[in-house]
Design a protein around this ligand. Structure first.
Ligand code: UD1
Ligand code: CA
Length: 557
């Protein structure tokens, strides 16, 4: 199975290549102008071929055109009060991954020497997440949230002498792409500045710090919304809160911050004011896509960011050769790989950890979570989690594949079938209404409708083995542990408690006995008796008793 790599720079080498960073798509700005030069449109890429939060694995080799980044500080200590949640804000998921995953993954793509996350509110949970999922990330604790400047100081307290570039980002901006950060860093290095601010032009700048410029259009200051005048509030160019700093300058200015402002916080933005005041070079880079800089503060924004990220992800898969019939109802998580010419039908969710091959047909109304799907497979209206669906296998409709369900090449799991922790061999079929758990099925076997592997006795789980080309008749219960050997048959309606040797037929059910004339004797003059005697069967009052109805009358058409 070959996974598809959408970016022109991403080599097509195998299933581990997913939509990832395109480190070559971003021509560096070479604006080497003086201090306060307005460096807008600094060569930021338009996106389209590159990642929307894909797993950046494997990490591409360091690109010499990308300047070295000493430290990336990801701020994630805030309370996130407006989420009204027990879960720390940065752990709320977007596109199947916590907000913080997106921030850390984008930062990690720059391959900094030091990647540090500042945690505070909910720090036990946030730290546990980072330790588990991002062990390379250093954790700095900000005990009390005294402002963004104080947060960065907390991150750098163990790095008293930071050299090189220090990048500051937020843990709650899931659409911030590595290429946007790279463009910022490249422009910062090319400009030889003390600080470069990532800005964005937004429709509604309420709440953001505004970029104030002088008469020549050069950067003058960042003014917080609360501290801004009416004229300043009309400015739609905002401070994204993402910056590239010269490390030594940052370390020197941070201790000079005070809390003399509307919020009584140590503003990181004041470092920029101090840099301007001492005549250091400060410039800006405008984000090509303002969404890159948008943060999540409440669940309305969480949904909006989910939508926006999904739009990006779906678009990238489409551009890479995947047919997504209805982007509005198709949700694809970050890091999913989908091969070319696969069709995703409406109402489907392709969740984190899923790898889909080429030429597959998925949906409608299908969820695949952490599944591997081989080339040419079909999954129709089904829910699959942790399953392996082999090439040309068919699943559905209404099939439930649970963790470690493995369908080998050309196998079938049909309607109303549940499979858990079982291998279904190549070409084997479980076509209808079955439960298969803890089983190994060989090749070319047929498991009849209504077969149940009775794998659980209330205490332990037991294995069932079904051999190559075995045939299990319908409505069979296989009481594990039990083996139906190669080429063995099981008669329909059997309850199998003992192993069936190769090539034998097992019949394990009560033998049929016909009681001669029973209906005529016990139900005389009933429609059944008349039908049995070949007489007209008009209804008579005495046969509408519940007993007779319950005995099998079916009034459905
Ligand atoms: C900040 C900027 C503002 C910018 C906006 C962009 C300052 C003073 N202002 O404002 O110019 O337009 O971001 O979103 O920097 N945090 C900590 N520790 C703290 C305080 C904050 O880790 O003590 C983290 C928060 O978790 C959050 C980020 O820093 O992720 C921003 O903090 P927040 O207080 O929301 O800043 P804004 O008021 O939005
Ligand atoms: Ca604030």
């Amino acid at each position: 199975m070959v996974a598809h790599s959408p970016g022109p720079a991403a080599p097509r080498t195998g299933a581990s290549i997913a939509i990832g960073p395109d480190r070559h798509s971003c021509p560096g700005s070479r604006s080497g102008r003086r201090r306060s030069v307005r460096t807008r449109r600094a060569g930021l890429p338009t996106g389209g071929t590159s990642n929307a939060g894909g797993p950046r694995v494997p990490t591409p080799p360091a690109d010499p055109t990308n300047p070295r980044v000493g430290t990336v500080v990801v701020l994630a200590a805030g309370a996130g009060t407006r989420m009204r949640s027990r879960i720390p804000k940065v752990l709320h998921p977007v596109a199947g991954r916590p907000l913080l995953w997106h921030a850390v993954t984008a930062a990690a793509a720059l391959q900094p020497d030091d990647l540090v996350a500042v945690v505070g509110h909910g720090r036990e949970q946030v730290s546990a997440y980072l330790t588990g999922e991002h062990p390379g990330v250093r954790i700095a604790v900000q005990e009390v949230q005294l402002g963004t400047g104080h947060a960065v100081a907390s991150a750098l307290q163990d790095v008293p002498d930071p050299s090189g570039t220090v990048l500051v980002t937020y843990g709650d901006t899931p659409l911030l792409r590595p290429e946007t950060l790279q463009a910022l860093v490249r422009d910062h290095a090319a400009g030889g500045r003390a600080v470069t601010v990532l800005t964005a032009e937004v429709a509604d700048p309420t709440g953001y710090g505004r970029i104030v410029r002088d008469a020549d259009g050069a950067f003058a200051a960042i003014v917080e919304h609360r501290d801004a005048t009416v004229e300043q509030r009309a400015v739609r160019e905002i401070n994204s809160g993402v910056y590239a700093f010269d490390g030594p300058t940052l370390a020197r200015l941070l201790p000079q911050l005070t809390a003399a402002n509307a919020q009584g916080e140590r503003y990181l933005t004041d470092v920029i004011g101090l840099a301007v005041a001492e005549g250091a070079a400060v410039g800006t880079v405008s984000a090509e896509d303002p969404q890159d800089t948008e943060g999540v503060n409440d669940r309305v924004q969480l949904a909006a960011m989910s939508r926006a990220l999904n739009d990006r992800i779906v678009r990238e898969h489409q551009l890479a050769g995947v047919t997504v019939l209805d982007p509005a109802t198709t949700w694809i998580h970050s890091g999913v790989t989908i091969g070319a010419d696969t069709v995703i039908r409406p109402g489907s969710s392709i969740e984190a950890g899923t790898v889909i091959g080429e030429g597959c047909d998925i949906g409608p109304d299908t969820t695949l979570s952490a599944c591997v799907v081989g080339d040419g497979a079909t999954v129709l209206r089904s829910h699959c989690s942790g399953a392996h669906i082999g090439p040309d296998a068919t699943v559905g409709p209404f099939t439930f594949l649970r963790p470690d369900a493995r369908l080998l090449e050309g196998a079938k799991a049909g309607a109303y079938v549940e499979i858990k922790k079982s291998t279904i061999g190549a070409g084997s079929k479980v076509p209808h209404l079955s439960y298969v758990g803890d089983a190994t099925v060989g090749t070319g076997a047929n498991i009849g409708a209504g077969t149940i592997t009775a794998n659980y006795d209330g205490v332990g789980k037991y294995a069932t083995t079904i051999g190559d080309h075995a045939f299990v008749g319908t409505n069979t219960t296989l009481i594990a542990p039990v083996t139906v050997a190669d080429g063995a048959f099981v008669a329909a309606g059997s309850t199998i408690t003992d192993d069936v040797p190769p090539g034998d037929l097992a019949v394990a059910r009560g033998r049929q006995r016909n009681v001669d004339g029973w209906v005529t004797d016990r139900r005389p003059d009933s429609p059944a008796a008349r039908a049995a005697a070949g007489q007209p069967t008009a209804p008579s009052p005495e046969v509408t008793t519940p007993e007779v109805t319950a005995a099998g009358e079916d009034h459905r058409p």
